[in-house]
Write a protein that binds this ligand. Structure first.
Ligand code: PLP
Length: 482
C-alpha cells in the first residue's frame, strides 16, 4: 500500500462516486439488463498484467452501472430502503483503511470497545431497559444482517432449553411468530436443526392490521403443550416486511414470560423510528424481551451492512457460539474481563463496523437522525394523501411508518380481486425505469408497496412518482379493464 498512490487514486474514486450521485437520477432505477448480460462484456479471465485505474473506471461506468439497480436513487421505493450518507460512507472508508479483523478484544481493542460504547449509546436513544447495556449482563453487537441476528438468538434460545431438558428434546421444540414474520426466522429454524413443521406461523388478518393476536398465540401454545411439545421461542415483529404491522409486545411478552419462552423482537426496519419519542411506544413491552434487533442500514443513514442486536443475557449467546482454540488464546480472553465478539456471531472474522455507526451518530446527532426519519414519514403521509384523493385507488393497510400499501380498486366484475390489474400496474410502472416499487400479497390481494426511505427523496419525487401511477392506471383502466 503506497500512501501517495492511495491519495491520488482515492481522490479519483471519490470524484467518480460524487459524479455518480450527481447523475443518479439519470439512470433507470431498476436495471433494465437481461440475465447474463455482463459475461458478454467482460473478458473470460483476469488480466495477467495490471489494468490502469482509468480503464477499470471506464468499464464500471459503461458495463457495470447499466446492471446496477440504484438503491440510492431518490426514485427507489422498493423493498425497504438501505440508506447511505456521507457520514456512513466516510465511516466505511476509515474502516477499509484500517482493515482490522476485530474478532477478539486483543485483535483490535478499539473495535470491540467502540462497538460496546455505540451500542450502549443507541440502547439509551431507544430507551431499552438497562439489562441490554454492555455494562451489565447483556449488551449489543453489530451483525451483518437481521437474518444473522435472528439466527444467533434462536441458537442461544435452543441451547438454553436443551441444557435444561437434554438434547433429546430437540425434535419437540416449537417456535412462534405471525404469518407476517420475515422468512429469516424459517431459515434460522432450518439452520438450527429444528423440526420445520414446528415453526408456527400464526394466522393474521385485516382485523388486527396483520399484527399477531395474543389470544391466537395463547391458544397455539396451550395446544402444543397439551400434545407434549415444548414452546421455546417467540419472534414478534415491529414493522413487518409486507405492511409494517406492529405486534403487541406487552401482551406477547407476558405470554412468553409465563411459558419460559425466549422472546425476540425483530424491528429490522422500524426500530430506527423508535429513536423519535413519538414512535417509541411501538416498542413498549421490549422490557420483557430477551433480545431485540434493528438495522441501522435501513432507515438510519448507516451504509449497509449494520444490523444491531441487543441481548439481556450475553452468556446465553456465548455458551452457544464460543470456541476456544489454542491459536486464539490470550491473557485478556482467559481472564474473561472483556467481550470477545467472535463468540456472539457465526463467523470468526469481523469488520470494524462500529466506526461508521459512530460517524453517523456523531455527524448527525440524535436530533439530526430524528429529523431525517420524521421527514421520510412525512413524505409517506404526503404520498398516502395523494392516493386517498384518487378514488380509483385504495390504501389497503393503515400506514404506520414510511411504507404505504395501496392498490387500484378492482372493477366490480373482477374475477381475481383485481390482482392481475395491480400486477400489470406494477410491471407497467417499473418498466418506465423512472421509479421502482415492489409488491406483497395480503389476504389473497396483490398489493403495491411504496416504501419511502432513500435519503435523496424529496416531495417532488413523490409527486412525479404518483403522476406515473396515475398515468399508467388511466392507460390500463382505459383499455382492457374498462
Ligand atoms: N426482518 C424484517 C422485519 C425485515 O423487513 C427484513 C428485511 O427487510 C429482515 C428481517 C431481514 O433483513 P436482513 O436482510 O438484514 O437479513
Amino acid at each position: 500500500m503506497d500512501a501517495e498512490q492511495l491519495r491520488e487514486q482515492g481522490h479519483k474514486m471519490v470524484d467518480f462516486i460524487a459524479d455518480y450521485y450527481k447523475a443518479i437520477e439519470n439512470f433507470p432505477v431498476l436495471s433494465q439488463v437481461e440475465p447474463g448480460y455482463l459475461r458478454q462484456l467482460l473478458p473470460d479471465s483476469a488480466p495477467n498484467s495490471p489494468d490502469s485505474l482509468q480503464d477499470v473506471l471506464n468499464d464500471i461506468q459503461e458495463k457495470i452501472l447499466p446492471g446496477v439497480t440504484h438503491w440510492q436513487s431518490p426514485n427507489f421505493f422498493a423493498y425497504f430502503p438501505s440508506n447511505s450518507s456521507i457520514a456512513g460512507f466516510l465511516g466505511e472508508m476509515i474502516s477499509a483503511g484500517l482493515n482490522t479483523v476485530g474478532f477478539s478484544w486483543i485483535s483490535s481493542p478499539a473495535a470491540t470497545e467502540l462497538e460496546m460504547i455505540v451500542l450502549d449509546w443507541l440502547a439509551k436513544a431507544l430507551k431499552l431497559p438497562d439489562d441490554f447495556y454492555s455494562t451489565g449482563q447483556g449488551g449489543g453487537v453489530i451483525q451483518g444482517t437481521a437474518s444473522e441476528a435472528e439466527l444467533v438468538v434462536l441458537l442461544a434460545a435452543r441451547d438454553r432449553i436443551l441444557r435444561r431438558l437434554g438434547r433429546n428434546a430437540l425434535p419437540k421444540l416449537v417456535s412462534y411468530a405471525s404469518d407476517q414474520v420475515h422468512s429469516a426466522l424459517q431459515k434460522a429454524c432450518q439452520i438450527g436443526g429444528l423440526n420445520p413443521e414446528l415453526c408456527r406461523l400464526l394466522e393474521t388478518d385485516s382485523s388486527t392490521n396483520y399484527a399477531l393476536s395474543s389470544s391466537v398465540l395463547r391458544e397455539a401454545i396451550s395446544k402444543d403443550i397439551a400434545s407434549g411439545l415444548i414452546p421455546f421461542f417467540l419472534c414478534a415483529t415491529v414493522g413487518t416486511t409486507s405492511s409494517t404491522a406492529v405486534d403487541p409486545l406487552p401482551a406477547l411478552g407476558k405470554i412468553a414470560k409465563t411459558n419460559g419462552i425466549w422472546f425476540h423482537v425483530d424491528a429490522a426496519y422500524a426500530g430506527s423510528a423508535c429513536i423519535c419519542p413519538e414512535y417509541r411506544h411501538h416498542i413498549d413491552g421490549v422490557e420483557e424481551a430477551d433480545s431485540f434487533n434493528m438495522n441501522a442500514h435501513k432507515l438510519m443513514l448507516t451504509n449497509f451492512d449494520c444490523s444491531l442486536l441487543w441481548v439481556k443475557d450475553r452468556s446465553a449467546l456465548i455458551q452457544s457460539l464460543s470456541t476456544n482454540p489454542e491459536y486464539l488464546k490470550n491473557k485478556v480472553s482467559q481472564e474473561n474481563t472483556i467481550i470477545d465478539y467472535k463468540d456472539w456471531q457465526i463467523p470468526l472474522g469481523r469488520r470494524f463496523r462500529a466506526l461508521k455507526l459512530m460517524m453517523v451518530l456523531r455527524l448527525y446527532g440524535l436530533e439530526g437522525l430524528q429529523s431525517y426519519i420524521r421527514n421520510r414519514i412525512k413524505l409517506a403521509i404526503h404520498f398516502e394523501s395523494l392516493v386517498v384523493k384518487d378514488k380509483r385507488f385504495e390504501v389497503v393497510t393503515a400506514r404506520v411508518f414510511s411504507l404505504v400499501c395501496f392498490r387500484l380498486v378492482p372493477p366490480p366484475n373482477s374475477q381475481d380481486h383485481g390482482n392481475k390489474l395491480n400486477r400489470d400496474l406494477l410491471d407497467s410502472v417499473n418498466s418506465t425505469g423512472r421509479v421502482f416499487i415492489t409488491h406483497t400479497v395480503l389476504s389473497g390481494k396483490f398489493i403495491l408497496r411504496f416504501a419511502i426511505g432513500a435519503p435523496l427523496t424529496e416531495e417532488r419525487h413523490i409527486n412525479a412518482a404518483w403522476q406515473i401511477f396515475q398515468d399508467k392506471a388511466s392507460a390500463l383502466l382505459g383499455t382492457s379493464y374498462h
